[in-house]
Design a protein around this ligand. Structure first.
Ligand code: ATP
Ligand code: MG
Length: 426
């Protein structure tokens, strides 16, 4: 037998039984961002490798070991995007959307990182994110956090996630903190894992982001980032905290929160959950006021976040929210003979004309009533419409309820739309 070709490890198919939940989640997201006047931006999945090296930072997990990088046929180094922010900034600069303007943008799509696949961690995964340019906050920081909070509410999981926030301050403040941290880490070198030892000098703040439990335990005694904040960043952070409190958004200040990418400054935040085991971060973001300039544009303040769609969908599944997803088919049309096929198809087209959004499936492949009703049931429809020779001759339809204890009815074709509207409503 010919050997079957398998998908690439860590790259998942989204099968029909899952895609409904994905579409529902995506729809909720689209509604929420629209409610704040954000506009979608779509960028290519491939970019110059340089873009990610310069933005995410050379000494980060992503750039050091997770990127899918290759040479194309021209010998150019390309990388499958590992995240969305760099591409948004690149596009914004390239098309003159950023300087002296305000942009509130969102995106959704696949990202690629060569990580060890496990629950909630894949090599192709999907992110929804927002990026705001031209506003230096803290009001806009509060807005994007508020928007993420609204999403949890809409998903019915407000009590499953908690918000952690921190401020990284200015680059000068971070430089001062960096010195203090290096001193601390040097004194405890023996307790550091290899990665952390290496980063201790090249990019010490990355050590705070270490996943090693010994390192994490050690860090409890490390100097506190918040003690090193510059006055302006402190004011910014205090105001943000005040706004969140006024808006009724609960948060926890976590002074170890630094995020895994180099471009952040001032506000950083994560929404975390303990419902997914080790992969607890479902949404993460912050301010990146220096990035636009770093990528060749004119200095423009910016803030954003990214949400991991797989982790979101996993959460929705564990909470039983999948049941909320409407079934793909509402109405199943049974056609009892060849002679009524064209009649039935035409009727179905006319129903689709008159009831936009109706999810109607017509039976194909013939068979007796028992077989067709089995199909109808399997389709998830709540109602079956049956057309045989007799019905066609009398311009009537037999309507059968599939999920309710109710007598079947004979409905004149002229009344079918009104009847369906009423029946599908309850
Ligand atoms: P983690 O600490 O879990 O590795 P990260 O700091 O690398 O996350 P970001 O780069 O900030 O994550 O990405 C934002 C969100 O995207 C994460 O909070 C997570 O929900 C999701 N995400 C990141 N990497 C993956 C992955 N490999 N598979 C699935 N989702 C991911
Ligand atoms: Mg990561």
């Amino acid at each position: 037998m010919t050997k079957q070709i398998q998908a690439i490890r860590g790259m998942n198919d989204c099968l029909p039984q899952q895609s409904g939940l994905w579409q529902w989640a995506e729809q909720v997201i689209r509604e929420v961002v629209a409610g704040y006047g954000y506009q979608e931006i779509r960028t290519p999945v491939l970019e110059s490798t340089e873009l990610f090296k310069r933005s995410i930072g050379e000494v980060t997990d992503i750039v050091e070991k997770e990127m899918y990088t290759f040479e194309d046929r021209n010998g150019d180094s390309l990388t499958l995007r590992p995240e969305g922010t760099a591409s948004c900034v690149r596009a914004g600069n390239e098309h003159g959307l950023l300087y002296n303007q305000q942009q509130r943008l969102w995106y959704m799509g696949p990202m690629f990182r060569h990580e060890r696949p496990q629950k909630g961690r894949y090599r192709q995964f999907h992110q929804f994110g927002v990026e705001v340019f031209g506003l230096d906050g803290p009001d806009i920081d509060a807005e994007v956090i508020l928007m993420s909070a609204r999403l949890w509410q809409r998903f019915g999981m407000a009590d499953k996630v908690t918000l952690e926030i921190n401020s990284l301050g200015s680059s000068e403040a971070r430089a001062r903190y960096r010195d203090a941290l290096i001193e601390f880490l040097t004194a405890h070198q023996d307790k550091l894992d290899e990665d952390s030892k290496r980063r201790m000098t090249s990019n010490p703040l990355r050590v705070l982001d270490s996943k090693d439990s010994n390192v994490q335990a050690l860090l409890a005694d490390a100097p506190d980032l918040l003690d090193y904040l510059d006055a302006e960043s402190k004011q910014h952070f205090d105001t943000l905290c005040e706004r969140l409190a006024q808006l009724g958004i609960q948060y926890r200040v976590n002074s170890r929160l630094v995020r895994g990418l180099d471009y952040y400054n001032r506000t950083v935040f994560e929404w975390v959950t303990d419902a997914l085991g080790a992969q607890g971060t479902v949404c993460a973001g912050g301010r990146y006021d220096g990035l636009v300039e770093q990528l060749g544009g004119k200095a423009t303040p910016a803030v954003g976040f990214a949400m991991g769609m797989e982790r979101l969908v996993l959460l929705l599944e564990t909470m039983g929210q999948a049941e909320k997803v409407p079934s793909a088919v509402q109405v199943y049309l049974c056609l009892m003979s060849d002679d009524v096929t064209a009649y039935g198809f035409k009727l179905a087209e006319s129903l689709r004309d008159q009831m936009p959004g109706l999810r109607l499936q017509s039976h194909c492949g013939g068979g007796n009533l028992k077989k067709q009703m089995k199909r109808a049931d399997k389709s998830g429809a709540s109602v079956a419409l049956i057309i045989g020779d007799e019905e066609a001759a009398q311009n009537k339809i037999t309507l059968k309820f599939l999920r309710q204890e109710q007598e079947q009815r004979s409905v004149p074709v002229a009344e079918l739309v009104a009847t369906l509207r009423q029946v599908l409503e309850d």
